[in-house]
Design a protein around this ligand. Structure first.
Ligand SMILES: [Zn+2]
Length: 269
């Protein structure tokens, strides 16, 4: 049996992972699943198609029925993010098997973002996983976090701890790094490079991502349910962060780069 192919988008929250997920998932040979680890946990989460939750979505209801035909108890019995390796494997395999049979696509896109899930998926020989690390400049992520009520210092700390953890883990592995700023400024160029790495050819229709039928769950709700395929570089931080906050972010950035240089030398970049 050939392995299931999975594109796994990882990165800090508010880095544009949902947009990237939709853009890749709009390719004719890909399908976006969204933050699939949350599928059955947040039964009230809106599906990208507009259904109030996965139980009311035609796509996921069909997946549910197919699982039951396979002798399983359906989606609600799957624990795709289980800490138990056997359960993790059983649930994810059951889901991928049904999704492959239903959609017959070459690649699934999982934008769960979490590193532990990526580690579990990469250790499974039945899966061909390509990690994509999406990186947004710190000011943008911090500003979005602050808009959600988080403090400046904790947002700054979590940005660099998240970046460091992903950098360290993915270093030396086959992975793709995507800059959020570049993706928004030159989407066609960035997507052409990404699709080439996946053995696919960029399709212009990918840019009109909202016109495609998607059933990805969780992630940025506004992007997932938008009916306009706008790719807008969000730089509200230029207005909303104070000069002092920007200076602190700059200093943290220099410190991080120096730390990489000391640890890995010139090969750090
Ligand atoms: Zn749906």
């Amino acid at each position: 049996m050939s392995p299931w192919r999975l594109i796994y988008i990882t990165g800090n929250g508010h880095s544009g992972s949902t947009l990237l997920d939709m853009l890749i998932g709009s390719h004719s040979e890909c399908i976006t699943l969204g933050e699939i680890h949350q599928l059955t946990l947040k039964a009230k989460g809106v599906c990208a198609c507009g259904a109030a939750n996965y139980k009311e979505c035609e796509f996921w209801r069909d997946v549910d029925s197919r699982l039951q035909v396979d002798g399983l108890s359906g989606l609600s019995a799957l624990h795709v993010d289980s800490a138990d390796p056997e359960e993790f494997r059983r649930s994810n395999h059951a889901l991928f098997r049904v999704l492959q049979e239903k959609t017959n696509v070459r690649w699934f896109v999982d934008s769960s973002k979490k590193l532990p899930r990526l580690k579990n998926l990469l250790s499974d020989p039945s899966l061909d996983v390509v990690p994509i690390h999406i990186v947004r400049r710190p000011e943008g992520v911090i500003c979005s976090n602050m808009a959600k009520g988080r403090g400046f210092y904790s947002s700054l700390r979590s940005y660099y701890s998240g970046l460091w953890a992903r950098y360290k883990y993915l270093r030396g592995k086959q992975s793709i790094v995507v800059s959020y700023e570049q993706l928004c400024s030159r989407p066609e160029y960035v997507l052409t490079q990404v699709m080439k790495r996946l053995g696919l050819t960029f399709e212009a229709a990918q840019l009109d991502w909202s016109s495609h039928d998607h059933h990805n769950v969780n992630g940025n709700k506004r992007t997932r349910t938008s009916r306009q395929s706008s790719i807008r570089l969000d730089e509200r931080w230029r207005r909303n962060l104070s000069v002092w906050q920007r200076l602190l972010v700059k200093l943290a950035s220099v410190k991080f780069r120096l730390w990489l240089l000391l640890r890995y030398g010139a090969k750090a970049y």
